[in-house]
Design a protein around this ligand. Sequence first.
Ligand SMILES: NC(=O)c1ccc[n+]([C@@H]2O[C@H](COP(=O)([O-])OP(=O)(O)OC[C@H]3O[C@@H](n4cnc5c(N)ncnc54)[C@H](O)[C@@H]3O)[C@@H](O)[C@H]2O)c1
Length: 320
Amino acid sequence: MKDFKGKVAFITGGASGAGLGQAKVFSEAGCKVVIADIRQDHIDEAMAYFTSKKADVHAVRLDLTDRKAYAAAADEVERVYGSPPQLLINTAGVNTFGPAEASTFEDYDWVIGVCLGGVINGMVTFVPRMIKAGKGGHIATTSSWGGFMGFANDAPYAAAKAAVNNLMESYYLALKPYGIGVSVLCPTNIRSNIAEAIYTRPKQLESTGYNANEKTVDFLRSIHAQGMDPVELAGWLKRGIENEQLYILPFTNAEQTLKDNFQRVLDFSTPEGTKRQDELAKKRQAERANISDPYQSTDSGWGKARPDLTWVNESARAKK
Ligand SMILES: NC(=O)c1ccc[n+]([C@@H]2O[C@H](COP(=O)([O-])OP(=O)(O)OC[C@H]3O[C@@H](n4cnc5c(N)ncnc54)[C@H](O)[C@@H]3O)[C@@H](O)[C@H]2O)c1
């Protein structure tokens, strides 16, 4: 897709962070934008901005894990703008950190429910509507660099994002005959509000094995304050969509980073390679001891197990 003028864009998580950056960029490019988000305060702030710019933006309060509500939101888009979106951007996501071995079912159900289930709900809701409308279009999903590897402290998220990458590749192949392009954006750190994700965690999924509280939220805020500007990130996405790229890797050394990543996969498939990777991990650990690494040096309790899970061996984990 190269011409965005007059196109309807539906952006989940569009009221904050990466999604808000996308809403700004695609609105400026001429789209009629629908932002869908679970947080009313984020929606109010975003709409105050778009109203001040006299931009054609419509907001929908939506929990994208609720399939009925998602269908109602899709009906609302057709009522307001007369057609389903030509540009669907699945960006809403959540995260919470703690030892994989401490994870509860609810940690998985929440993170995978939003980060993977929410994308699936977007695809199943909108793809048939987009095909029937016969206008082609583009679908982009915000995944993460974290989808290319595992993390001892972020298992549900890494699993969801890896699945999202493959899901988008599947749709890339499937939707070509309909003139619908598909992309997956894989950023690293973004200047966003994702540190506050635990505030949207539903009551019925509140049981966690992780240490997650105001202190860990504050620590994460300080990390994300150093991330990429969401409008700059949305610029990468727009160029990737214009070029019809499946993978959009928004950093300059992407080729080498990906080569290193796939070397890691190859290494872990042989005994010699596994030894090499274990040595590399030790080397990185030693290097980190000599630099000020905020993840290592934080005393916020970030990335640790819920304090009563005394069987989690935090000192052995710290040496990994
Ligand atoms: N922040 C980072 O460093 C980073 C890095 C890589 C990828 N990402 C991904 O970027 C995407 C956007 O996150 P962000 O960093 O901009 O965070 P953010 O919290 O600023 O924005 C995400 C928005 O999604 C909304 N949301 C959460 N759960 C929802 C639900 N169930 N239904 C509807 N909306 C919901 C939140 O209210 C929020 O407004 C996510 O998919 C995230 O995984 C973030």
